[in-house]
Design a binder for this molecule. Structure first.
Ligand code: ATP
Length: 502
């Protein structure tokens, strides 16, 4: 393995590191876990908090045109009728009647096996990085098994949403390998239902929100009336969302409970929406880079016009190269005035803005950057994980940006049996901790202590040694990435931490 390389099985390696070092655990693991739900341990919760804080600082505090809100997870059920989620927030679902497995129809691929121009059967495969290759291999195996002579044509994959009714009976289930058990796709609403109050009838039915965005639309007038905002302006929110995903997968990438950071940027209907959309697209990419995601792993995906919802003018996703493929990280959508118009219609309450220039009431349009905290964390972990060799030993290091690292600095006394070193190290540790999360460690050889911090991404370690006590009060500062060591005093250390973690 070359120095600084990530291993082949990066996902497995990360899952085990996250478990071992208290970053991410399966939810309710003592009961066998619950598919699509995760817990964040002592270090993971720090990292998530750091992502949230960085976003909030940059999106809300450091701008003059954006305010933040926190809305309830369960909202009036009419919100979800107005937004279109009750009728349309569905994924196409295919059941296997024999195995009882469920598949998302757009993730289950099939292809006819064509020999000498004649269809002789079907093969299927779940979406992967190499779906076509898997289907081709399956087609070759099919031909061999049935001892069919002739030239096999290259497979032409389609997904189950494109299967003709007569084909469905012939496509094998991935669970059993046999045809005949797959159902035609049907729409499955992904909202979790719940009941508000003591009655369990339809009048009490509500939903756990599947996105935070509707909170911003429902509170639009409240913010305008109280927030002293002027167009263009944004309303931002961070919070949990819930989707009953048919196939939660790829660790925390697609889960059933996750956290979103969304912002609705309201603009005048006559404003240049495309320029504004471009600005947000750039802002979001720059922000991802600023917290340590490499540009080489980022790309853009423009949704085809004909596949957009009718109200959407443009959607571009920022994609990240995860180990399991290039996948959506952040969606930036130009949503016209659809949401406010819908709420105006369903609630009967005007969702307008008084435009001083034209002396008319207008309904603003909106640009929406929507991203998942968990997907950002996973991207950061994937990009940060490195293995290299230090002093002849394999080293695992998370090269986390100082803003995101759970601990900003490790503080060590050189020796634990020298009370004067321990006293000074603890004093420094207490002082640093008032402003930054720090970790105190006095056990084991100093090299071991560095290694423990490297593995959880601590950017710096300081060691209190004899020079500190006997000479000038300076400590050894060791840099996680360059391994460089230099002397630094307390004021300089605090200034370094303030600057790099802000
Ligand atoms: P996908 O196509 O991957 O299901 P989406 O287009 O439905 O995502 P949006 O509704 O645009 O996603 O949600 C905005 C953001 O919320 C996504 O870009 C992603 O970062 C995050 N997100 C959406 N669904 C999930 C999930 N099930 N688990 C984790 N994060 C999610």
């Amino acid at each position: 393995m070359p120095a600084n390389a990530a291993p082949e099985n990066l996902m497995e390696t990360l899952v085990s590191l996250c478990k071992r070092r208290g970053i991410i655990f399966p939810s309710s693991e003592i009961y066998g876990g619950l598919n699509g739900f995760f817990d964040y341990g002592p270090l993971g919760s720090e990292m998530k908090r750091n992502i949230r804080n960085a976003w909030w600082q940059d999106m809300v505090h450091r701008r003059d045109d954006i305010v933040g809100i926190e809305t309830s997870i369960i909202m009036h059920p009419k919100v979800w009728e107005a937004s279109g989620h009750v009728a349309g927030f569905t994924d196409p679902l295919v059941d296997c009647k024999v195995s009882k497995q469920r598949y998302r129809a757009d993730q289950l691929f099939f292809a006819p096996v064509v020999v000498d121009g004649k269809t002789v059967g079907y093969v299927s495969a779940l979406e992967s990085e190499n779906t076509t290759g898997e289907l081709q291999t399956a087609a070759e195996a099919f031909k061999r098994k049935k001892a069919i002579q002739g030239a096999l044509e290259p497979v032409k994959p389609r997904d189950m949403t494109e299967a003709a009714p007569e084909e469905i009976a012939l496509i094998p289930s991935p669970a059993t390998g046999e045809p005949g058990s797959l159902t035609p796709p049907r729409a499955f609403n992904m909202m979790f239902e719940t009941y508000v109050g003591a009655l369990r009838d339809d009048s009490a039915k509500s939903y756990l929100r599947p996105e935070t965005a509707q909170g911003m639309f429902a509170d639009f007038r409240n913010v305008v009336d109280t927030g002293r905002v002027k167009l263009p302006f944004g309303i931002a929110q961070i919070g949990k969302s819930f989707r009953n995903e048919i196939t939660p997968r790829n660790y925390i990438f697609r889960s059933r409970e996750f956290e979103q950071m969304e912002m609705e940027y309201f603009i005048h209907p006559d404003a240049d929406w495309l320029a504004c959309h471009e600005e947000w697209l750039t802002w979001c990419q720059e922000w991802l880079k600023s917290i340590g995601l490499p540009e080489s792993h980022l790309s853009l995906y423009e949704h085809a016009k004909e596949k957009l919802a009718f109200y959407s003018r443009r959607t571009v996703d920022i994609m990240f190269k995860y180990p399991f493929g290039v996948q959506e990280l952040w969606g930036i959508a130009a949503r016209s005035d659809y949401d406010l118009q819908q709420h105006q219609k369903f609630s009967g309450v005007p969702q307008t803005w008084f435009d001083e220039a034209s002396k008319t009431k207008i309904v603003p349009h909106v640009i929406e950057p929507a991203v998942g905290v968990d997907r950002i964390l996973l991207a950061i972990l994937c990009a940060a994980y490195h293995e290299d060799e230090v002093e002849g030993e394999k080293r695992v290091v998370l090269k986390l940006h100082p803003r995101i690292a759970p601990y900003k600095v490790g503080v060590f006394p050189l020796l634990k049996n020298k009370p004067e070193l321990v006293k000074r190290a603890q004093e420094l540790y207490r002082k640093v901790k008032r402003r930054h999360n720090a970790f105190y460690d006095e056990s084991g050889a100093i090299g071991r202590r560095y290694r423990r911090q490297d593995e959880i991404g601590t950017p710096w370690c300081v060691t209190v040694d004899f020079e500190t006590i006997e000479k000038d009060g300076t400590f050894t500062l060791r840099d996680r990435d360059t391994l460089e060591q230099k002397r630094i005093n307390e004021t300089e250390l605090l200034a370094l931490l303030d600057e790099k973690t802000a």
